[in-house]
Ligand binder design. Structure first.
Ligand code: PA5
Length: 453
């Protein structure tokens, strides 16, 4: 890894007009107290702090993951990764950030089980009919409906296609060490298995085999990603916000939230980071949004969304702040060519790189939104690489832990995600939910049921 890749900076000049010195001092002391809670492991949810040392542990235990990934790369044209939420978004975020959508080497990685759409599964199986397939099914609980449904279909399809024995060789299960339906079936069928540690919650699990196996199977450098995270872990221990971008970002978020900025828009200027922002939404939404508190995390990808959501951000309700995500060094780039006729009037840009144009788009947007009353900070990545993405993910994980503690919630649970499941199971007639089913049907008949299906 290039050591500089992990040096993430936070430029916060365009927030200063919105936070007075007293508010910033108060935020700083709340975040420092949160840092102590995290370091002493004495805050809420302390049983779920496995993510703190995970990059170091994962680096030492990486060999079996790399072996399995190599087998997938040799034996499959397509890897279907089945999972939802924390068992899905991290792998997709890293793969989309680092692998060209046009890449032809190694297996194509596709995702299933992250919604309930039979048509999607049907087209996926049709598209894979003549291609060699492996499946990585990921579920910590082993009982989540969406991936369990998709896996039931894909497992039968693989068994019909390859026979039971070969299908079992082609299925890799990432799940709890001992419990759950997926663990049972994996042991019975002899799948290659990987364990999600008990002390790591779904949205913090990208650096377990949940993320590492699909990322390595996509041919990406998981060791560099972990090294980037390890470097950020060292940085995040500092108590000086001028040296520790985690502290700076956490303090800004806390101060802005207390000034009534209840919505944060994470605005990337790189389309390949669109799923990093999706992963970030889950991490922050599930960690902070509880007990009637928390910043609502929204995300846009610029400059694309400047032509849609840009209007609202510039000019709508003033309850939001913005965090830009920008890579300072671009990889492959092209320069704007000179055109003899200059009918589009772009010759003034001839010779400029697209990255230079993008940087001016960021500057212009930041100043315009500041004028519009939107405080904005910029997270500067040195470049988009495995190490910088590892560092960025660890940076966000630590930030959300501190911000969650600072607002007085447990950042590591997610009790709210159970409510829809209880209702869905009751409405589907799952045994044991009869009373709830009667209550819901009565409620639907009172309010009128407009949904058919
Ligand atoms: O963060 C979480 O805990 C959730 O998003 C879970 O990861 C998600 O619900 C999937 O759960 P499981 O891995 O148990 O299938």
């Amino acid at each position: 890894m290039r050591p500089s890749d992990a040096r993430i900076r936070v430029d916060y000049a365009h927030t200063l007009d919105f936070i007075d010195a007293a508010a910033m001092d108060a935020a700083a002391s709340r975040i420092r107290a949160a840092q102590d809670l995290l370091a002493s492991r004495s805050g809420a949810g302390a049983d779920f702090l496995g993510w703190v040392d995970l990059p170091v542990r994962a680096r030492q235990e990486i060999a079996p993951v790399l072996d399995a990934a190599e087998r997938i790369r040799t034996e499959a044209d397509v890897l279907i990764v089945v999972g939802i939420g924390g068992s899905y978004l991290g792998a997709r975020a890293v793969i989309e950030a680092l692998r060209s959508p046009f890449a032809a080497d190694g297996p194509t990685v596709v995702f299933a089980g992250q919604h309930i759409d039979g048509g999607y599964l049907r087209s996926l199986m049709d598209a894979c009919a003549d291609r060699r397939v492996c499946v990585n099914v990921i579920s910590k609980s082993g009982t989540t409906t969406e991936p369990a449904l998709a896996f039931r279909v894909l497992r039968q399809w693989l068994e019909q296609r390859y026979g039971k024995r070969e299908a079992s060789r082609r299925i890799f299960a990432t799940t709890d060490a001992k419990h759950g339906a997926l663990r049972r079936v994996a042991d019975e069928e002899g799948y290659t298995t990987f364990v999600i540690p008990d002390d790591v919650g779904g949205r913090f699990s990208v650096m377990t085999p949940v993320g590492l196996l699909p990322i390595a199977a996509a041919g990406l450098d998981v060791a560099a990603m972990l090294d980037g995270a390890i470097a950020m872990r060292d940085t995040a221990g500092s108590t000086d916000p001028d040296r520790n971008p985690v502290l700076r970002y956490a303090m800004l978020r806390d101060a802005l939230y207390r000034q009534g900025k209840q919505i944060e828009v994470l605005a990337s200027f790189h389309p390949e980071l669109s799923f990093v922002t999706e992963w970030w939404k889950q991490l922050f939404g599930e960690s902070e949004g509880k007990d009637g508190k928390g910043i609502f995390p929204a995300a846009v990808t610029n400059t694309t969304d400047l032509h849609s959501m840009g209007q609202y951000i510039q000019d709508g309700e003033r309850r939001l702040f913005e965090t830009f995500l920008f890579a300072e060094e671009s990889g492959d780039d092209i320069a704007v060519p000179e055109a003899a006729d200059d009918t589009d009037g772009l010759n003034y840009l001839a010779g400029s790189s697209f990255a230079q144009v993008n940087a001016e788009a960021l500057r212009g947007t930041s100043l315009a939104h500041l004028d519009g009353g939107v405080p904005n900070a910029t997270i500067l990545l040195p470049r988009i690489s495995a190490a910088s993405i590892g560092a960025l993910m660890y940076f966000f994980e630590t930030t959300v832990a501190l911000c969650g503690y600072a607002i007085g919630v447990n950042p590591f649970d997610q009790p709210g995600v159970e409510a829809y499941k209880r209702n869905m199971f009751a409405l589907l007639g799952k045994p044991g939910n009869e009373t709830r089913r009667s209550e819901l049907l009565a409620q639907l008949s009172r309010s009128g049921d407009a949904i058919s299906g």
